[in-house]
Unconditional design. Structure first.
Length: 339
């Protein structure tokens, strides 16, 4: 699986390099505009795909330090989706309320919706980015911990990950930290054996802070981030499904993931902790409806990331994305609007 992904990414990157080289040698060349494959009323603005993201959730989406743009994995996937549909892109910050943004017709689609989120009433695509609460350790430690082994696990205070640690390993196993940067500092210093975090957030935070880590196990069933569309909009649902399949089969999503995370994460082969196995069989050790513990605390900088976890300060500097392009290859600045 990993080798296949690498080959697909290499092929897609090579094709992209050839295209860019051709453009560089023919400065007056203007690529032909793509014909939009979808129009109003399936989308709210003719020729434009309005995409809602939570701009306080890096690396999925956040404010760039070098500009006022919203950048991140979700923005790049949205740009690729818009291009696939022959549309311009407009990014809208909908915060933590994608449902209202869709209902109020502020956006056509929303990004970064967890596959496991059963509270939303809109349609969700198949996941374009895998994730789950995962355990990280240093490369020298590949052991999947058990409650009997009494592990010490750092996690961001009051996040979903910290709740998972307490739920499976007990309160004494949790070493609470204000953010993931501090949690991975504990791991690097050897004061804890593991860090529990959303797999995407954790990997991004570790790499951004130069902490060498491996993924040891998943603490919950494999999850993923999806595109959300109003359930009654059958035409747009089908268009998004087809476009996502095209991007995934062409290796484009893997390239975007590798750009932000250093590589495309393959979580499907990771073992499950005992608690994750138990949840698959329908048994749990605590009431999983404890909403007070799944909400994240407000970080010091006033922003909150996915699952309440704050990866690092200065998100986006490590992989400043290229400006999304409109059909025809002309640069277009995404617009950020208040939800």
């Amino acid at each position: 699986m990993v080798r296949f992904k690498a080959l697909v990414c290499a092929a897609a990157a090579a094709c992209l390099a050839v295209v860019l080289a051709g453009c560089a040698s023919q400065q007056n060349y203007t690529p032909p505009e793509k014909t939009p494959t979808i129009s109003t009323p399936a989308i709210g603005k003719e020729g434009t795909l309005r995409v809602g993201v939570d701009a306080s959730a890096p690396p999925l989406a956040g404010q760039s330090n070098s500009s006022s743009k919203i950048v991140g994995i979700n923005v790049d996937v949205a740009a690729a989706l818009a291009d696939q549909l022959g549309l311009k892109l407009e990014i809208v910050d909908v915060g933590a309320d994608p449902e209202s943004a869709l209902k109020d017709d502020k956006v056509d689609i929303v990004m970064g919706i967890e596959q496991s989120d059963s509270d939303v009433t809109f349609w969700k695509s198949s996941p374009y980015l895998p994730t789950a609460v995962a355990l990280f350790s240093t490369p020298s430690n590949t052991t999947v911990p058990t409650k009997a082994s009494k592990p010490e696990i750092a996690a961001q205070v009051s996040s979903k990950s910290s709740w998972q640690v307490e739920n499976e390993f007990g309160d004494s196993a949790l070493v609470p930290e204000n953010d993931l940067k501090s949690a991975f500092a504990d791991l690097a210093a050897g004061t804890v054996q593991y860090v529990a975090a959303d797999a995407v957030n954790g990997w991004y935070a570790a790499k951004a802070n130069d902490v060498d880590v491996i993924l040891v196990a998943l603490m919950q069933q494999l999850n993923g981030y999806c595109v959300g569309v109003t359930d009654s909009n059958a035409e747009l649902k089908q268009a998004v499904s087809d476009a996502l399949a095209s991007l995934e089969n062409g290796g484009i999503v893997d390239i975007i993931e590798a750009k932000w995370l250093g590589e495309a994460l393959d979580l499907s082969s990771l073992p499950l902790t005992e608690g994750a196995k138990a949840s698959k069989s329908g048994t749990t050790t605590k009431d999983t409806t404890d909403n007070n513990k799944t909400a994240g605390d407000e970080p010091k900088d006033g922003t909150e990331s996915t699952n309440g976890e704050t990866p690092v300060e200065g998100e986006g500097d490590e992989a400043e994305p290229t400006t999304p392009t409109e059909p025809g290859g002309n640069a277009v600045q995404p617009q950020s609007e208040a939800a």
